[in-house]
Design a protein around this ligand. Structure first.
Ligand code: GRF
Length: 211
């Protein structure tokens, strides 16, 4: 299926969901996302630094309760998040350090329209502490992956990847820092491509027609 070329002038409203520092959120706000606009931030952590970043950038930011679980949403709460995204006319949802699994109504409503960024070359090193996993394993190349979100953790179709060489004297911190620089480039690029409508969807394989 070839996705429609989107109207070059129409703005596509994007929401970022994040739990912490917010450097990817900031990079998306400041990066070239084509006709995509980061118009909403929602966090499940009312002390997250990302809230301060949103306020400095003038982006509407909300804390919403995720429910009583630690790593997933309560059913009611996920519906509330989903309803808000729909009410705000959000067309693309970008997860950027959201420490929760999405499984319910949000995935149903936004299937194929939720992206995530992960600090490894998936399918290697999914889940938490991906940079440490890469160092512990001893790989010489790692990186980051932007992928669509499906019902499992870090398993959705891969949109774009950037490679990062591991240095002999790397620590988790130094390696994470270099991967993060590539994350910031990769996420804006993936969003810009999505918004320009060049992706063709062939199941697991996200192909690109010409821009
Ligand atoms: C990033 O490393 C991202 O790949 C992972 O969580 C981290 C979020 O960092 N999913 P930040 O909050 O965007 O600075």
């Amino acid at each position: 299926m070839i996705l429609d070329k989107r109207d070059k002038d129409s703005i596509l409203r994007i929401a970022v969901l994040a739990s912490g520092r917010g450097s990817n959120f900031e990079a998306l706000c400041n990066g070239d996302t084509g006709n995509g606009r980061i118009s909403l931030l929602i966090t499940d952590n009312d002390e997250a630094d990302v809230l301060r970043k949103a306020s400095a950038l003038g982006v509407e930011a909300l804390y919403m309760s995720p429910g009583r679980f630690r790593t997933k949403f309560g059913e009611t709460e996920e519906s509330e998040w989903t309803r808000l995204l729909m009410d705000r006319g959000i067309e693309l949802v970008c997860l950027a350090g959201l420490m929760r699994i999405i499984k319910g109504s949000m995935l149903e409503e936004f299937r194929g329209r939720i992206m995530n960024i992960h600090p490894s070359l998936l399918p290697s090193f999914p889940g938490l502490h991906a940079q440490k996993q890469a160092l512990d394993y001893g790989v010489r190349i790692t990186g980051c992956t932007v992928h669509y979100v499906d019902a499992d953790v870090d398993t959705g179709p891969i949109i774009l990847q950037k490679a990062v060489y591991v240095k002999d004297d790397d620590t988790v911190e130094t390696l994470s820092g270099r991967i993060l620089q590539q994350e910031h480039i990769a996420y804006s690029e993936a969003v810009r491509l999505y918004c320009s409508g060049v992706f063709t969807d062939s199941g697991r394989y996200i192909l690109k027609t010409e821009e």
